[in-house]
Design a binder for this molecule. Structure first.
Ligand code: GLV
Ligand code: GLV
Length: 317
């Protein structure tokens, strides 16, 4: 009999086809995220799990699956998984790095341009019937070209964002908590976090959520930023202390923000929803047709490799 693989949500079909050859698939039949309890019940007889970044794969879930050998997440970020506990039990934890790098960098740029040039606010203005003709002072935003881009976290995605910035003739500064293993393919200056916050016109976050990065950007950090600063987050919401961000936007401590992620997804505070100087997206960094298929195939390859006793393409533990 084929081993059971539990999928907490349907993923693109090419991956399902590949998985069907090796596993008996147990797939969430609903087009809805499963509750914690439903995951605990569903995982019971599984030897492999493919999960989403919204699933809380904690000790309780992992303990509910005595035969589990692999947790393959359909995401690059894995802050939702108790990796330490899985490792203790000899369970492989895998993710989908690399395949979503360029797509996430593209979306980061969509947010940079939208935030600086007030695109969402302008569109609301048009759709609400407020456009009465060209005006000298209508929707004045900020230039992007030749500005200073501050990248916090110069990993794969940070570097892909930086590469695009060279086309805008930007000066690039970055802060990374460890030294980079490769030389950069573009000119960039490494600085302290403090210098970055003080000098950057556009600040963009590309780090994983860990104990160390939780609320990395809070009251003190906002106080260091320029009044014209624009803050972009396509990483994880809790890297920013959201209530301090709301204060900074409300009081015009900074010019604008562009967010794809939130501290308590899917809940977004009413106060944030009410602000004009923030662009809000529904966590779609990797959401292109091509990339979601590549992520699904990589998640499937990871699960299959572990079951066959081979080294999976992307293991985090
Ligand atoms: C998306 O946020 C991911 O981690 O893949
Ligand atoms: C994620 O892919 C990163 O390392 O930036």
């Amino acid at each position: 009999m084929k081993p059971v693989l539990f999928l907490t949500r349907r993923i693109p079909e090419p991956a399902i086809k590949m998985l069907e050859e090796k596993f008996t698939l147990k797939i969430n039949p609903y087009n809805l995220a499963l509750t914690h309890q439903e995951i605990i019940e569903g995982i019971e007889d599984a030897e492999a799990l493919i999960c989403l970044l919204t699933d809380n794969i904690d000790k309780e879930v992992i303990s509910a699956a005595p035969k589990l050998k692999v947790i393959s997440s359909y995401a690059v970020g894995y802050n939702n998984i108790d990796v330490e506990y899985a490792t203790q039990l000899g369970i492989a934890v895998c993710n989908t790095p690399g395949v979503l790098t360029e797509t996430t960098a593209d979306l980061t740029w969509a947010l940079i341009l939208a935030s600086c040039r007030r695109i969402s606010e302008s569109e609301r203005f048009v759709r609400n019937g407020n456009f009465k003709g060209w005006e000298p002072m209508l929707m004045l935003g900020l230039d992007v070209y030749e500005k200073t881009l501050g990248i916090i976290g110069m990993g794969r995605i940070g570097q892909a964002v930086a590469k695009r910035a060279t086309g805008f003739e930007m000066r690039i500064i970055y802060y990374n908590d460890s030294s980079l293993s490769q030389t950069l393919a573009f000119e960039a200056r490494e600085v302290t976090l403090k210098t970055l916050l003080q000098e950057a016109d556009i600040i963009t976050l590309h780090l994983p959520l860990t104990k160390e990065t939780f609320h990395l950007i809070s009251k003190e950090e906002f106080a260091l930023m320029k009044e014209s600063a624009v803050l972009i987050n396509t990483s994880r919401g809790a890297v920013i202390e959201e209530k301090e961000l709301i204060k900074a936007l409300k009081t015009k401590r900074i010019f604008a923000a562009g967010l794809d992620v939130y501290e308590n997804e899917p809940d977004i505070p009413q106060e944030l929803l009410a602000l004009e100087n923030v662009v809000l997206l529904p966590h779609i960094g990797s959401a292109s047709i091509e990339t979601r298929t590549k992520m699904a195939l990589l998640a499937a390859e990871n699960a299959i490799a572990v079951m066959e006793g081979k080294e999976p393409p992307a293991k985090v533990n």
